[in-house]
Design a protein around this ligand. Sequence first.
Ligand SMILES: [Zn+2]
Length: 192
Amino acid sequence: MNTQELCPLCGEGHVTLQVEQVENEYKGQKALLPQHFKQCNHCGSDFAGAAEAKLNKRALMAWRKQVDGLLTGREITALRTQYKLTQAQAAQLFGGGPVAFSKYENDDVAQSEAMDTLLRVVRRSAEAFRALLEEKGMPEVSAEVAQTNRPALRLLDTNQYRIERQREELSPHYNPRAFRTFKSTEDTVWKN
Ligand SMILES: [Zn+2]
């Protein structure tokens, strides 16, 4: 794809957008992650502009969240839409500041372990969700959820619950209990 954008380095060539799979390592795990960059057809220079840097940072953050046993941005979006919450309502309910959920869901920021735990508990139980709504004094959302959320009481199906738990335990990328024992101060570096 030719962007018709002039190369800022040589001023003569045009740059095209490129993606490569690059190996990353984090806490002893390796993964191939997409690396976006621009390349000049004249001088051959490659570099990442602001947009590419953002995409690269998000891909890296999403993967690190998985390694750390935190919910990914997509999982948080799924949880929020499961309960028919706007991002603003989610922030009001769970905390984290007005734009917190936009940042979590775009993988710009990793949620704290405490936030992650709260989100998991609510994801697992509509009962916990309603209790939290009461606690935070958000009855208008509560009334709506009481209507719409009844079929989502998945945990009453204990067999399905057992199967999902087994799947979690077996998945190498999705075992928060195992990874949390290796948590170090290194994590906090990635919280901004
Ligand atoms: Zn150039």
